[in-house]
Write a protein that binds this ligand. Structure first.
Ligand code: PMP
Length: 458
């Protein structure tokens, strides 16, 4: 029986990324407030937010400095835009701060409101660039299976997950998917990480040859796969992939929407994983999730092309009303200041060994096939049989069940397609809270194993 509020929700909202059929029975988890790494439901019950919302609330839930930064900007100038040469200090200062941090050649920053819009902008900039350079055939975008890049028509096409393609008539033509860099799932028996990486790079090379290298604009990848399973690519992967993209003059786009701003223990995942991108997309933790903001880095050569095209065509015809929203920029500026001042990235490096040790220990659990991660991000692969790595029938929803048990234990984690579970707490989580997180996750796994046995699943 749903509460009154839950029934009103079910009667009125279409929830994103939700099983809209089962949801009618289960109803929503309505959260009312947050403090530190904790969020509280309508009954005041606390949950450890083990997903930092959606991989974004790096500074936790009660950061008064961010509230003040937003409030101050809301009072001063709640809205202006960057169209037609209009500007404001928060955007200028934020672009300056970001330029200093970027892990790729950057002369300018273009702001969006989300990660999807950032990656969509990347596609459009690549197409625009290649038209300007007289290479109109160079338009195809290669990403990989189980990469996640957003939900617009172009970025859902880049995404390599079935739920984003099936029945949406996607991917669009010209969006191609290379092999997924998940060693545990896709390596051949006895294949080392390096050999697996070399094979994926050879497959990418073959795909490019097949398509004609002159038609490929870019290879897009997350440094660590997020929604595709919280997977750290295997040793040698980016080295091998970069050798291929460089051979054909294909641009490398790093989607830093999850990895950016400290998640891996470096400012950007590219730095942690040895990736040398031509450009990056960012969002989420740039504001610690307190305001919607994303963007892309623009390198000097690309910017020169944009200027030259404007000299010919007039307007640079791209941008949204909220590209560089002043309140979002003010919050982002404060967020970056806090990251620096409070040594948040160094803090991730200090806490990562404990977090990763607790995560790895779960690999011993009877229904966990693999536990993997880096920094303060981790993923679990739920399996029916550890030896053969066989998975449960997807219809049984075992990972989803585990996440529901975790919620019952007072822990929020996220299930991902393919019976995977992601853990990605706020970066400000304390060592005692890391212990609490994994104790609760362990109990949720135990309850899931008992449920699996009771149901006779295999
Ligand atoms: N890229 C990555 C790596 C993401 O994880 C996400 C969102 N989870 C996106 C892009 C899309 O961002 P948004 O949901 O803000 O559009």
């Amino acid at each position: 029986m749903l509460s009154n509020r839950a029934a009103r929700d079910v009667a009125t909202l279409v929830h994103p990324y939700t099983n809209l059929s089962t949801f009618r029975e289960t109803g929503p988890l309505v959260l009312e407030r947050g403090h530190g790494v904790w969020v509280y439901d309508g009954d005041g019950r606390p949950y450890l937010e083990g997903m930092a919302g959606l991989w974004c609330t790096a500074l936790g839930y009660s950061n008064e400095e961010l509230v003040e930064a937003a409030s101050e900007q809301l009072s001063r100038l709640p809205f202006t835009h960057l169209f037609s040469g209009r500007s404001h200090d928060p955007a200028i200062e934020l672009a300056e701060a970001l330029k200093e941090l970027m892990p790729c050649p950057t002369s300018k920053v273009f702001f969006t409101s989300s990660g999807s819009e950032a990656n969509d902008t990347q596609v459009k900039l690549l197409w625009y660039l290649n038209n300007a350079l007289g290479q109109p055939r160079r338009k195809k975008i290669v990403s990989h299976v189980r990469g996640y890049h957003g939900v617009t028509v172009a970025t859902a096409s880049m995404t390599g997950l079935p739920a984003n393609h099936a029945d949406w008539d996607l991917p669009l033509p010209g969006f191609l998917h290379a092999g997924c860099p998940h060693h545990y799932r896709f390596a051949q028996a006895g294949e080392s990480e390096r050999d697996f990486s070399a094979r994926l790079a050879a497959d990418l090379d073959a795909l490019i040859q097949r398509e004609d290298p002159e038609t490929i604009a870019a290879f897009v990848t997350e440094p660590v796969l997020g929604a595709g399973g919280a997977v750290v690519p295997p040793e040698g992967y980016f080295e091998a992939i970069q050798a291929v993209t460089e051979r054909y003059g294909i641009r490398l786009v790093a989607d830093e929407v999850i990895c950016g701003f400290g998640r891996t223990g470096e400012w950007f995942g590219s730095q942690a994983l040895g990736l040398r991108p031509d450009t990056i997309s960012f969002a989420k933790a740039v504001t610690s999730g307190y305001m919607p903001l994303g963007g892309v880095s623009v390198d000097p050569a690309l910017y020169d092309v944009l200027v030259a095209q404007s000299a010919k065509l007039g307007t640079f015809g791209h941008g949204t009303t909220y590209s560089g929203h002043p309140v979002a920029c003010a919050v982002a500026l404060k967020t970056l200041e806090i990251y620096r001042r409070d040594r948040i990235v160094e803090g991730v490096r200090e806490k990562a060994p404990q977090f990763q040790a607790r995560l790895s220990a779960l690999a011993g659990h009877p229904i966990v096939g693999e536990a993997r991660g880096i920094g303060l991000i981790g993923g679990l692969e739920i399996v029916a049989d550890k030896a053969s790595r066989a998975q449960f029938d997807p219809k049984a929803g075992v990972a989803a069940r585990c996440v529901a048990f975790a919620q019952d234990e007072g822990l929020i984690v996220r299930f991902l397609a393919g019976d995977r579970i992601a853990v990605c707490p706020p970066l400000v989580i304390q060592p005692g809270e890391i212990d609490t997180l994994f104790e609760r996750l362990g109990r949720a796994l135990d309850r899931t194993a008992a449920w699996v046995a009771a149901e006779g699943l295999e």
